[in-house]
Write a protein that binds this ligand. Structure first.
Ligand SMILES: Nc1ncnc2c1ncn2[C@@H]1O[C@H](COP(=O)(O)OP(=O)(O)O)[C@@H](O)[C@H]1O
Ligand code: SF4
Ligand SMILES: [Mg+2]
Length: 342
């Protein structure tokens, strides 16, 4: 991805500071045969209206779990929300009755999943699936006279730059390439108006040039429609191009939060520094360094700072106390005893 791929994300976005999503102290565990895995350990994250926010971290950090909790699609009977609030436009999603939750899913938030093949139903055409979404989204709305659902679907397909949209509506998912399927998923997520799009590593399964196209289309449409975006990715490079602010997540905790530009100019948390050092250098000056070790087991996560077994700067206090996110100025927050709190 080149540096001029996207317009300057930090300055191009409408962001009036009004919070649209506010996740507070979210703890989620899963039941497993071995016991409870304590994945989310008090996640705090907010998104303002019109803002693009990145959620970055290695696989297994809890990014998808956090977002599934937002839409209340965590596996029933296996996931336990231990505590927390998820305020969407000021109302707690976790406490909502079914009718209000359906309204959030109809016109509030939609999610684009990582794997388009799994997200699309193989036995129905794209057209049938899009019309179902439109019907679901507009159910209960008044003044539907004169709305042509097929025209809405065609418009959405055109917006993601797929040629011959009439033919696409009649196709089954297996007749489309991976890149086209991911574009169709983007079209489906926006076929009716939404406030917030959650994109969970869209295009990760595609080759990099197609992935880049998918990211460009998503970025452009979110801007054009004035929506907010949460971009989940394991790549700091993708987050840099796509977002205004970034949350770095490690083992179920937000460890650093900052405006995108500031994060790259002054990264602070040892985990963020490790992620940055893991990016291979195009200049040929040696191999990327990477981060020693692995994400810990959530069955018995490390006490204190969950990063301490891998941290090059670990101190005694890190093994006993959990560092809280603390403001370092200009909204740049870090959860690390190197920056105070001990
Ligand atoms: N359905 C599940 N049952 C048990 N554990 C799960 C389940 N889904 C996720 N987990 C646990 O949560 C951790 C975080 O998963 P996930 O939220 O998918 O991370 P990410 O999206 O950052 O890769 C996983 O490492 C796994 O231990
Ligand atoms: S709190 Fe301690 S172990 Fe955790 S990142 Fe900071 S220095 Fe490393
Ligand atoms: Mg994930």
């Amino acid at each position: 991805m080149t540096n001029n791929t996207f317009s300057n994300a930090a300055t191009s976005t409408v962001n009036n500071g009004e919070s649209i999503l506010d996740i507070r102290d979210l703890r989620v565990w899963y039941k497993t045969y071995g016991g409870h895995v304590k994945v989310l350990d008090g996640v705090n994250l907010h998104v303002n209206k019109g803002e693009k926010v990145g959620l970055v971290g290695e696989a297994g950090c809890g990014k998808t779990t956090t977002m599934k909790a937002v839409l209340r699609i965590l596996p029933h009977g296996r996931a336990i929300v231990k505590s927390g609030e998820i305020l969407f436009q000021g109302r707690d999603i976790l406490q909502m009755k079914d009718k209000d939750l359906q309204n959030v899913r109809r016109s509030g938030i939609s999610m684009i999943f990582q794997e388009p093949t799994a997200a699309l139903n193989p036995v129905f055409t794209i057209g049938t699936q899009m019309l179902d979404i439109i019907k679901f989204s507009l159910a209960g709305k008044k003044n539907k006279v004169g709305i042509n659902y097929r025209d809405m679907a065609l418009k959405a397909i055109r917006e993601v730059f797929i040629p011959d949209p009439e033919r696409i509506l009649d196709c089954y998912p297996n007749q489309l390439s991976g890149g086209m399927k991911q574009r169709v998923c983007i079209a489906m997520s926006m076929v009716t108006p939404r406030e917030l799009i959650i994109a969970d590593e869209p295009g990760t399964s595609l080759d990099v040039t197609i992935q880049d196209q998918v990211h460009r289309i998503l970025h452009k449409l979110v801007d054009k429609k004035g929506m907010s975006l949460i971009m989940i990715t394991h790549s700091l490079g993708v987050a840099r191009e796509m977002t205004d602010r970034i949350y770095v997540m490690y083992a179920g905790n937000i460890v650093e939060a900052s405006r995108t530009r500031d994060l790259f100019e002054r990264p602070r948390h040892p985990y963020t520094l490790g992620l940055l050092a893991s990016v291979p250098k195009l200049t040929g000056h040696g191999m990327a360094e990477g981060i020693y070790g692995y994400i810990p087991s959530y069955l018995r996560p490390p006490a204190g700072c969950r990063f301490h077994p891998r941290c090059p700067n670990v101190m005694d206090i890190c093994k006993e106390q959990k560092p809280e996110l603390m403001d370092q100025g200009l909204g740049h927050k870090v959860a690390c005893f190197l920056y105070g709190g001990n």
